[in-house]
Design a protein. Structure first.
Length: 125
């Protein structure tokens, strides 16, 4: 069977429609580096409350963005598992009054903070 790099390296840990990582083909194969712009979009959609409703809305937004901008968009069987993995954010890290993770918890998990210009940047974590 013939495998391309796409088959072997893509869609194993991060997949197209990632919460905070670029689609593989939109970043020259870099689907692993944190993207602060995407984190900011996630925060805006969730409005600081990263619960099922907020993360579901952001997941939908990422889906449509990826389909519209990525001509090599791929969403295979493993993608479905990775797609559902976002649920552990609100299931395993409750912190706010509604027991959904708040911005402080989520930004710590993703290893990010806002710089002086308001951009979300990796803290190296």
């Amino acid at each position: 069977m013939f495998y391309t790099h796409h088959d072997v390296g893509h869609n194993k840990f991060e997949a197209d429609t990632s919460l905070t990582r670029n689609d593989y083909f939109l970043a020259n194969g870099d689907d692993y580096t944190f993207n602060g712009t995407l984190f900011g979009e996630m925060n805006n959609v969730c409005n600081g409350n990263f619960d099922l409703v907020g993360l579901g809305a952001y997941r939908g937004q990422r889906w449509f963005e990826s389909q519209a901008s990525n001509t090599n968009f791929y969403f295979g069987p493993l993608s479905l598992l990775l797609y559902g993995a976002a649920s552990f954010l609100y299931e395993l890290m409750p912190s706010g009054p509604d027991y959904a993770p708040d911005l402080a918890t989520i930004s710590s998990f993703f290893g990010t903070e806002q710089d002086a210009n308001g951009n979300w940047v990796s803290t190296g974590g």
